[in-house]
Design a protein around this ligand. Sequence first.
Ligand SMILES: Cc1ncc(COP(=O)(O)O)c(C=O)c1O
Length: 382
Amino acid sequence: MNQPLRSEPVAFIDLVAQRKRLSPAVDEAVARVLTHCQFIGGPEVAAFESDLAKYSGAKHAISCGSGTDALLMVLMAQGVGPGDAVICPSFTFCATAEVVALAGATPVFADVDEDTFNLNIESLKHAIVSARKNGLNLKAIIPVDLFGQPADHDAISAIAKAEGLFVLDDAAQSFGAQYKGKRLGTQALATATSFFPAKPLGCFGDGGAIMTDDDGLAERLRSIRVHGQGSDKYDNIRIGLTARLDTIQAAILIEKLKIFEEEIAARDRVAQAYADALGDAVAVPRVVEGNTSTWAQYTIRIPKGRREAFADALKVKGIPTAIYYPKSLHQQTAYKHYPVAGNGLPVCEKLSEEVISLPMHPYLDATTQGRVIEAVRDALRG
Ligand SMILES: Cc1ncc(COP(=O)(O)O)c(C=O)c1O
């Protein structure tokens, strides 16, 4: 890999480096699809689903058009609709709650933990009370494994079981991460992920998948992704979607999955180097012992009011940053009328004012990362 000159802008996520590494294998895989022309439902789709099931440890992997489709399809397959409520954290990408509203149900927002950014268990309990106080029929919990790190799945599953709810894990950012020694994919009734290009396992467009051990759910999901088909596509037994993963994307993902573990290890080395160099100067992320992260983002916290100046100081040195998320969902125009847990979500609001993400990808070489680290330390001093 060429090492960039000191003045060159740093990539926030370097898709070009990965593209160069995989060029012959991916080009040949795409060429095979262009030759057989089965652009929908070609043999690569089933092959990728089989690889995905093996990798995640789930009995079924159902590929689909996006991470949003993956979440929505599970809610549809489980019959979530008007009058129902689904609890999710407010500090997440909008799709987590959007699918609940799209299904006609009500998202109920819960707070997150300050150190992991994931669903806070006490707030989840408050959200259950809030949903029922609002006269809603509580159906499910959607925990999010934010920025690559698994949520507290055992605690969430225990509450769900006691309350008669199902769990849909939003692993859009964290597919490949391990929870207590097991890869994500079997901790919930269903695990949804995204293959958006910037995700740790990304394709060259939109894509997603659902993992489940439940045979009945898998069958309903396969039907929903093709217009609710029954015995064939002109037999419509339920309302569905057009939500298939293209054959070309499946062919690309087969090749990318082969190097995914290596890339996760490389991301982990980058994260460790950041933690070693910055941990004494700023709040760096912490991974819960026994778990791993795919480091979809490397997110630090800058005290309120200083974040913009910090980002500007890095920008003039050619170092990009990003803010995930400047507003929590319960503060967004489209979502602010929905119920929240207890008396509010103070941690979500605080994080939205403080978080900032640094360049993170498996191809970040030590020299370039050194530039980022130096610029961060200078900006913190300034
Ligand atoms: C937490 C989370 N959920 C869901 C999604 C939706 O995935 P997609 O963009 O593939 O629809 C994303 C994607 O950014 C996400 O980060």
